[in-house]
Design a protein around this ligand. Structure first.
Ligand code: NAD
Length: 352
């Protein structure tokens, strides 16, 4: 399997394969870029159909983390770990201890964190073997940061700030009174966003796979519940995807009417070319990795230390970053995703 000629190879600095026969660990750590600092990114566990598929995920996700941290002006690079295995059947203490040893072997060039298929419990096992773990509830032990919590409130606040910047740019409004927002997924981030929007006077439409989550939004925030399919075609000002990826696709695009898309979900565009189509239709898209950076900002301060006020101020910078992306996209007739990528690349080059 080739790395250097791989279609997703993008000048990655290091790609390492880890294997431990006793525990059955098979993992890949990809470090994309460390110009701005150590590479931080989650450890995903997934039953990849092939090693090739796992490599592809590691290459793409690690690059995404470099861009996300660069745009968020964090002293972090981008990396990602993938464990080939089924998170429901293949987890063991020995496996994550071996993974901790693997992370430790990189001497801090890569810092791991929870991702799909892993959580605090796995981070705690890895933290027995390495201190290069974020979100393991071990901060005091290493004399590090002052926070150790769930990053989703910071993510929700960043999306709120970014949504306001998008509304200001596209709709020319500073206040959100009466703004109509459709939220897909009212889980940790989506519900936090909904609360802030409600407080700012917005009207909400929500959908979720989990009925209890919908009910909470209806009962506590006066949101209107809609079906999973109806969320796209609503006559609203903003569509906020806060559930899963690839929800902007040729099928949903036909239904979407909102002039602004601003939400937390990762990898919202099923295909990069869809950004051109959104631009052609006059729909302002807030690039996902720019607007949902609140969580990584939170994790960064958790490691380095910093007050809640500092975290909040940094997260608010997401608004200024997005405003710059929107301005440049309009001035250059480019898509917001092209400008966001360009801005991140500029920052990575400057750091080099
Ligand atoms: P979550 O699991 O708490 O919430 C997601 C919600 O979406 C759940 O309630 C789920 O039932 C619902 N959902 C899933 N598929 C759906 C569908 N087809 N239609 C309607 N609802 C559906 O997750 P979260 O932490 O709130 O994250 C939301 C999104 O934001 C994810 O894409 C995540 O990758 C991204 N994100 C989260 C963070 C964070 O700090 N939590 C940071 C960056 C990005």
């Amino acid at each position: 399997m080739s790395v250097f000629s791989h279609v997703d190879f993008d000048q990655h600095q290091q790609v390492v394969y880890g294997h431990d026969q006793a525990s059955g660990l098979k993992a890949i750590i990809a470090i994309h870029n460390t110009s701005l600092g150590p590479a931080l990114g989650g450890c995903r566990m997934w039953p990849y159909a092939s090693d090739e598929e796992a490599l592809r995920d590691a290459l793409r996700l690690s690059r995404g983390m470099s861009y996300k941290s660069a745009l968020a002006q964090l002293p972090l690079g981008g990396g990602k770990a993938v464990i080939i295995g089924n998170p429901h059947t293949d987890k063991s203490t020995a496996l994550f201890q071996a993974m901790g040893d693997f992370v430790e072997s990189l001497g801090g060039r890569y810092i791991t964190a929870a991702d799909s298929g892993t959580g605090v419990a796995e981070m705690q096992i890895m933290a027995e073997r390495t201190r290069h773990v974020a979100g393991a509830g071990q901060r005091e032990a290493f004399g590090g940061g002052v926070r150790n919590g769930d990053p989703s409130p910071s993510t929700a606040y960043g999306v709120f700030v970014g949504l306001k910047a998008a509304v200001k740019h596209r709709l020319g409004r500073d206040d959100l009174q009466g703004l109509k927002v459709a939220i897909q997924g009212v889980g940790q981030v989506g519900f936090g966003l909904a609360q802030q929007l409600k407080e700012a006077g917005a009207e909400l439409w929500v959908t979720d796979l989990v009925e209890a989550n919908v009910r909470r939004a209806v009962e506590q925030l006066g949101a209107t519940a809609v079906s999973q399919n109806d969320i796209y075609g609503l006559d609203v000002d903003v569509f906020a995807p806060c559930a899963m990826g690839a929800i902007i696709n040729p099928h949903t695009l036909e239904a979407l009417r909102a002039p602004v898309i601003a939400g937390a979900a990762n990898n919202q565009l099923a295909d990069a070319q869809l950004a051109d189509e959104l631009q052609r239709r006059g729909c302002l898209y807030a690039p996902d990795y720019a607007i949902n950076a609140g969580g990584i900002i939170d994790v960064c301060y958790e490691r380095t230390g910093g007050s809640a006020a500092q975290v909040k101020a940094h997260v608010e910078g997401i608004g200024a970053t997005l405003a710059e992306i929107f301005r440049r996209a309009e001035a250059e007739g480019a898509t917001t995703t092209a400008i966001a990528d360009h801005l991140a690349q500029e920052r990575l080059h400057a750091a080099r």
